[in-house]
Design a protein around this ligand. Sequence first.
Ligand SMILES: Cc1cc2nc3c(=O)[nH]c(=O)nc-3n(C[C@H](O)[C@H](O)[C@H](O)COP(=O)(O)OP(=O)(O)OC[C@H]3O[C@@H](n4cnc5c(N)ncnc54)[C@H](O)[C@@H]3O)c2cc1C
Length: 562
Amino acid sequence: MPQPVIFVIDDDAGVTVALSGDLDRRFGEDFRVIGETSAAAGLATLRKLAKAGEPVALLIVDHDLSPMPGTEFLAQGHAMHPLAKRVLLVERDYSARSPVIEAMTLGQADYHITKPWLLEQDLYRVISEFLAEWAKDHQAGFELFHVVGRADRATHELRELLTRFNVPFRFHTATSRPGRQLLSDRRLDTGRLPVMIRHDGHTIVTPTLAEVVESTGGSISSDVDHCDVAIVGAGPAGLTAAVYAASEGLLTVTLEEAVSGGQAGNSPMIRNYPGFPHGVSGGDLTRRACEQAWMFGAHLVFSQRAVGLECQGGERVVHLAGGRQVAAKAVVVATGIAWRRLGVPRLEALVGSGVFYGAAGAEAQAMEGRDVFVVGAGNSGGQTALHLARYAQRVTMLVRGESLARSMSDYLVQEIEATGNITVRLHTEISDGHGTDRLEALTLCDRRRGRLERVPATALFVLIGGEPRTQWLPDTVQRRYGYLLTGRDVARDGTGAPCWPPGRAPLPLETSIPGVFAVGDVRYRSIKRVASAVGDGATAVRLVHEYLAAERPDERPLAVRT
Ligand SMILES: Cc1cc2nc3c(=O)[nH]c(=O)nc-3n(C[C@H](O)[C@H](O)[C@H](O)COP(=O)(O)OP(=O)(O)OC[C@H]3O[C@@H](n4cnc5c(N)ncnc54)[C@H](O)[C@@H]3O)c2cc1C
């Protein structure tokens, strides 16, 4: 394969030479660095590279290029090299007028670097990050597993799980040549799919969640049954609580019914999380938090669903689906929300076969050149539409209401309006779905005119909000609309809970059961953002300390770290 190219263009020859030179010194072994100083010559070079099939990894383009603006050059260059990451070179200017703000908001650039660039080491660090993102998307790496399956729910769930758990794998349909070969080598047929084959030959037919977790090195049972704090749920809120609790010396057990990450783990790009000016994939963010909690000594147990909670004297006992239990001095509930269902039976039957709940993770690339639909007018619906638009031919957003602006952040509305292959159909809902093995068409209803229309559809992504995951908790935990009441809301509601002690008001994130805290999306009045879930998780640990100090003044945490 020819060496991938890092392409730099600035009509100030001094900048081009200096930047190309810096990049060549550091990346010249693996990449060919090409510098240009005029737009016409630059486009001619990119055309030649495209014709020769030479891949371009980065397009680094000065914003003030003339006669064509840098964003226009990026658009033309990207049309020739759609896999390249687009980097805008701008003057350092921390004002809202900086061109990079518009370029990032409208999706005209993936990243930026400022001129003059700081120390070489800073430049190298950010360029390495951009290249890593490019490589992640487009270069085949080591595959831990081969998965052979078909377009059905079980295969979809397995692919989603492996993606969420960051397990490198390659998928083959059972009818493809490699798929058939992998099955026949192991004397398997297509009767029982999916099949997971590890690099060392270990093969699992129709794997369960626990088998997947175990075969990738995760832990599925807790070796600790008494702890200081049990955290239920390993999304951003639960993972943050685990990081803080373990780092502050509390013996911490985190119980997660699937794998870590929560909803955020499925989010392809979170742009509003502080510290990531170009956005961060939710999977990356939560994976790091999970590693961090583990590094501090938290016990992370996957594939363990909490099914009950009870007070036994001073202890709070979490009951697990398999019959085991974990007793803790305090419990943090971080179980988030589950997506609401569309309630169209024929579409429910096609879940995983063209109908997907939640964001497009593993599926997005498979939508190359297809017509896809997104239902949901919140931020998650908007982000999913934008992500799909990178691959699909056309993305149609179906919105029941009269505008996107009522429920979506302004920056996303702008980005959607500026994306040519996204269409928004207002006043529209889905009344039926069609297809036997796969989704083939949808019947849409125009709510104003009451008119039905059948449209061909390859895929439907549903993001219509969710139900809080609180059904497993006893009735004594007060809730509103299913969300857990905490702090002053508990007090205002009256204290119906039998084990609430008189003489003290609930702490801010404390539920109606003393010592049981609720954090993140599951909490009534929560903000439904990653950063606020993270904030809740960290705050709850401080409150757990307060609770323990007040209720158990003579006890030290089980695991005191110095
Ligand atoms: C597609 C998408 C895009 C988004 N984009 C953004 C964005 O750009 N910016 C932003 O700020 N926010 C975004 N959000 C919202 C954000 O992801 C959530 O607010 C955040 O994940 C909430 O974190 P949480 O930890 O409270 O809950 P969750 O992330 O829902 O995690 C809850 C965890 O609890 C586990 N669990 C549930 N029940 C049980 C049980 N009984 N036993 C054990 N475990 C259980 C679940 O499996 C899950 O892992 C997005 C959400 C989605 C879906």
